[in-house]
Design a binder for this molecule. Structure first.
Ligand SMILES: Cc1cc2nc3c(=O)[nH]c(=O)nc-3n(C[C@H](O)[C@H](O)[C@H](O)COP(=O)(O)OP(=O)(O)OC[C@H]3O[C@@H](n4cnc5c(N)ncnc54)[C@H](O)[C@@H]3O)c2cc1C
Length: 574
């Protein structure tokens, strides 16, 4: 079987059949990229788009080193939104010599990666966060704030599926030879698929853009980009992929990536990740934080910002963006922001680093005269509910009943029993989950207690009451780990997020705006804005760096706009 799986892709790479499904829309990915770059002038930002961004070894160095130049003109820049995109953009702007203030509506920074403590000291999270090995930009940022080596825990190089009754299936990438061979043998050997599904899988992946990408990366990526208009299921089943593979393996992965299944997620999103996995051995390695995102990710970033004089205002929701109109009644310059409290702050440039609901709310109506802004209202978001369940024993320890119940002594630093990795399942309404007391024990392990299972449930469960969600999650946890029925759930929590990631369904790329906009001193950042990755922490990081690059590239021209009437201004774009 292993040989069959290897032979097909290699045969294809040497000139086998090539049959990508035809895109439905006439708008090709290349056209989408050209459209996004329309307002952009920064070369550094342009380098984040396109094939170079995936192959250039120096990209981690760029994020680690910062923008690499100090602007001649010092600007006052306001950043709306204190998620990763906003904070990372602010890091670069401060390093380029600008005076930066961040305005975050919530009481804490971090956006969708935020975490906080309840009144009893429990660390609550907006969602389970996993770091793929291909997060080169985010890792560069974490190195810059001295968080990479000390605050990320590396997991075994295997992706683990837990099935009903506790049966484990793995995509085990541990192999003496690197990508793509490590990946091919993982698919060939996995217990998660039967023989028929493995053959069908090999057939489909063997005729995919990924295989072309191994010998012609640019060509392979171009094929992937053309696949934004069809679903992964449509692409996968069009040339031999089986429903069995989708149901047992690809659906849990699609849910984990975008909280929607293969029948709804864009083929481009899934294949972008597979492409990375195929060409880089480390891309599929998982890491998780030492403990809560606030302590181990945001605090180091906040310290970096504080050291550079960046002011971070929380509970500071921006209600309006003051702007000027040109002779045609179109917005031509932004001047200030108004907070919900009524406070007003003037700036030379503004970066809106919001989530989709936030940007849709804060953009003034007149901005929608520009297609770039109006398109944002075509994006919608998926619902999720993050559930935490604390137990009086170790849920994922299925082999040793005594060890499962043993919570005595010091079991900190990942010494608890069970599976220390991210878990996927095809047999539960949560796609991915983990025992935080094991994978991120820093603040999640509590002496005398066991597992803290954290699972992300999607729209299938969202409408239910919190009590019901806890019950359903608990029962499904017991279905996956029958031995854990002997354990008691001692505490639970649910965080519902009605609008989380933008829905990564087919055809969305054309609606995602670039970071530079038609208004020369107004910029966008956020994982929903156009970058060549999926909605993720890495996507947010890329967007923040790109927005900063655009501000820096225009600093002198924006400086010249100060106090100059619209009709006397020179155009900013080169
Ligand atoms: C449950 C869940 C699990 C996830 N798991 C992973 C994972 O494992 N790995 C991964 O890479 N990614 C994961 N993600 C995705 C990742 O969290 C996001 O892609 C990323 O954090 C987005 O960052 P952002 O800065 O673009 O947006 P956000 O984090 O949404 O930040 C935007 C900020 O803007 C603020 N804001 C909006 N409007 C205003 C306003 N008018 N005034 C002031 N502030 C405003 C918001 O309050 C928010 O803090 C997950 C997401 C969720 C929801």
């Amino acid at each position: 079987m292993a040989l069959a799986a290897l032979a097909l892709p290699l045969g294809y790479a040497l000139g086998g059949p090539r049959a990508p499904p035809a895109p439905r829309s006439a708008v090709t990915k290349m056209q989408v990229q050209v459209e996004k770059a329309k307002n952009a002038i920064s070369e550094a930002s342009a380098r984040q788009l396109g094939n170079d961004a995936f192959l250039n070894e120096d990209l981690m160095a760029r994020a680690r080193a910062g923008p690499g130049k100090v602007s001649d003109t010092k600007l006052k820049v306001g950043v709306i939104g204190g998620g990763l995109a906003g904070m990372i953009c602010a890091m670069d702007l401060a390093d380029a010599g600008h005076e930066v203030e961040i305005f975050e509506g919530r009481p804490f920074v971090g956006g969708k990666v935020s975490s906080w403590q309840d009144k009893d000291g429990n660390h609550i999270e907006m969602g389970l966060h996993v770091f793929f090995g291909c997060y080169y930009n985010l890792f560069g940022i974490m190195q810059r704030v001295d968080a990479f080596d000390q605050f990320l825990r590396l997991k075994e190089h295997t992706h683990t599926f837990v099935n009903r009754g506790g049966a484990i299936g793995e995509l085990d990438f541990r192999f003496p030879v690197g990508a793509p061979v490590s990946g091919l043998q993982a698919f060939a050997r996995t217990e998660q698929l039967g023989v028929f599904d493995k053959i069908a899988n090999a057939l489909r992946l063997g005729t995919s853009p990924i295989v072309r990408g191994l010998v012609d990366f640019d060509g392979g990526m171009e094929m992937v980009r053309e696949l934004d208009d069809i679903t992964f299921s449509e692409w996968f089943t069009s040339l031999g992929g089986s429903r069995g593979s989708i149901e047992r393996m690809w659906d849990p992965i699609a849910y984990a990536l975008g909280f929607i299944d293969c029948d709804h997620i864009s083929a481009r999103c899934m294949l972008t990740i597979f492409m990375m996995f195929a060409i880089r051995t480390e891309a599929s390695v998982l890491r998780m934080l030492e403990g809560s995102p606030q302590t181990y990710l945001h605090d180091p970033i906040l310290k970096y910002l504080d050291d550079r004089g960046v002011k971070v205002h929380t509970k500071a929701r921006v209600r309006d963006i003051e702007h000027e109109l040109d002779a045609q009644g179109r917005p031509s310059k932004v001047n200030a922001i108004q907070l919900a409290t009524g406070d007003r702050h003037e700036f030379d440039a503004i970066v809106a680093a919001c989530d989709v609901p936030g940007i849709q709310k804060v953009l003034p109506e007149s901005f929608r005269q520009f297609k770039e802004f109006d398109n944002i209202y075509e994006l919608d978001c998926v619902q999720i509910a993050t559930v935490q369940l604390r137990f009086d024993g170790w849920v994922t320890e299925m082999n040793d009943p005594a060890r499962m119940r043993d919570v005595s002594g010091d079991q900190s630093d990942g010494k608890g029993a069970g599976i220390d990795n991210l878990l996927y399942s095809a047999d539960a309404e949560f796609s991915c989950f983990a025992d935080l007391a094991l994978v991120s024990p820093g603040e999640y392990y509590k002496e005398g207690e066991g597992s803290l299972m954290q699972a992300v449930m999607d729209s299938r469960a969202f409408g239910r009451s919190e009590e019901q969600i806890v019950q359903d999650c608990l029962q499904q946890m017991y279905t996956l780990f029958p031995s854990a029925r002997e354990l008691n759930c001692t505490w639970s929590n649910v965080v519902k997020l009605g609008q989380s990631l933008y829905r990564e369904k087919p055809g969305q790329d054309k609606f995602r705006p670039g970071q530079a906009t038609p208004i020369p001193n107004f910029f966008l950042a956020g994982s929903y804005t156009y970058q060549d990755y999926i909605d993720s922490m890495e996507g947010a990081t890329k967007s923040g760096l790109m927005a900063a690059d655009e501000v820096i590239a225009r600093a002198d021209a924006i400086g010249k706009m100060r106090g100059v009437a619209a009709e006397q201004r020179e155009p900013v774009a080169a």
